[in-house]
Structures are given as structure tokens and as C-alpha cells.
Design a protein around this ligand. Sequence first.
Ligand SMILES: [Zn+2]
Length: 281
Amino acid sequence: MIQNVMEIRWNDLQEMDMNKTVLFIGIAPIEEHGRHLPLGVDIYETQFWMDNTMKKLENEFSEYTFITLPVIPYGHAVMNGFRGNIHLSQKLFYDLILATLRNVVEWGVKNIIVISGHADPRHTIAIEQACESIKKESGVIAFAPMGAIFSGKVLLKTEDAICVEKQMKQFSDDFHAGWIETSNMLEIRPDLVHDNYKDQPDIKINGRDMIIPQVVSAATKDYGHLGCPKEASKEIGRILNEWTIQRIMHCVAAYLRRTDYDIYEHHQLYNIPSLRVKEEN
Ligand SMILES: [Zn+2]
């Protein structure tokens, strides 16, 4: 069963068996996504991936109740020079997640999954650090698999995904509002993808420079994307979304069984000190 917390009462929560209840928290920012995609891309992706993961989990874990919050429209990034961004500092974002986790732990929830469509490593790592903090404080394990998924640690591959990987090699470094996100949105909300995606120039920087805000700002200037939007298609979006959902499903299933899920707890770059939340950040 899937339930939205907006539609239930506090005593419904009281009556749930918390050992068999799973809370999904989606969190992603309002953010510019080029001249061809809407500001809500990361939120639409988050919602779509969560909803479809829960639908699959419902079959495999039919004894569980899955509950969701509305997607929290905040995140961390440094991206100046565009209208339409709402970004928090990494520390404030970490505090927001930790506060949310503290509240739901008070409800008695014992299975908490945090999903985000926003792939900035500092954003992802802040979520993972908040999960680590709540575990230290309360013993409750909150699980955020997107860092592992985005950084390529979840090796699960479908046949379709292998085909798309060829395109990933050919049109690599597609970091923001490029063919990957444009394709995703062509499946999720085609009505919100502006036809001018076919006219956007290819803009490329390498992966290492992605964590240097000045380089990112200079490259995205005037356009707002990083990658090759014109290579997008709805079919690729269908494959990419399904692959992401399969990987989330794989990680969450391991977490619910509490077997070998810890390999998916962290982004590849989790231990790099400059990417982590600092007290004075
Ligand atoms: Zn995005």
C-alpha cells in the first residue's frame, strides 16, 4: 500500500506497524535547467522515480506500507547568474534534512529512504552526512542511495542501459540539462520540454571541473546547460528513467532486507573533505 502523508491522520500513523512502514523523502531544488527545460526538472525526476519505485516495491514487499511526503523543494548548489534558482548553503541544507529526519524518527519511522534527482556531489554528500548523523543520534538507519547511483557504484545493467551507455561514451560529460535530463523530461513531462532543445549548442567541461563553481559558471553562462541537449529523445528517456528506477529498487530492496545495502550508502567522493559539510559552511 502507498499512502501520502498529506492525506492521512496522525492516528493512522499511530496504528501503522513501524517495522513494516517505509517513508520516502524526496528533496531537490528549484533550479535553472537551460533555455529548453523548466525550473522543476529535479523535482519532477525525484517524484517520478519515487512513485515508480514504490509501485514496483509494492509487489515485492506487499507486507509493507509505503508513505511519502511532498517533495521538499530545496537543495544545495552554487550556480550564480540565473533567475529561477533557490539554493541553500550546504550546511543549511544538511540542517534541513537532519531536522526532517529527527521529526520522522519521532513518529517512530524505522525505514527511511531519501531520494533526490539533483546530482551535485555536495548536495548528495550533505544528505548522506545527515543520514549518518541521525543514525548516531537515534540508531535509526536512513538510507540515501542516489550518491551511489549517480557515481556509478550500482552496477546493475539492463540490456537497454547498455545501449544507452554507448551514447554516454559518445556524448560524455552531460552534466546538467543536457541529453540525459532532456530525455528524462521528454518521458516525464513532454509538454514542458521546449522544442528549442534541438537548437541548443553542445557545451562541455570535464568531470573534474564540475566541482569548481567558477568553471561551471563560465561554461553555462547565457545558456544554463552543460552537455548536448539536441541528442535527447523520449525513447532514451524511457530507458534512462527505467534504469534509475531499477537501481533505486535494487538498493532499497537490499536496505529493507538489511543485507549488503551499506555499499550503496555513499557517493564515490564521500571522503573528500572539501565536498563535505563543515560547521561554518
Ligand atoms: Zn537537474
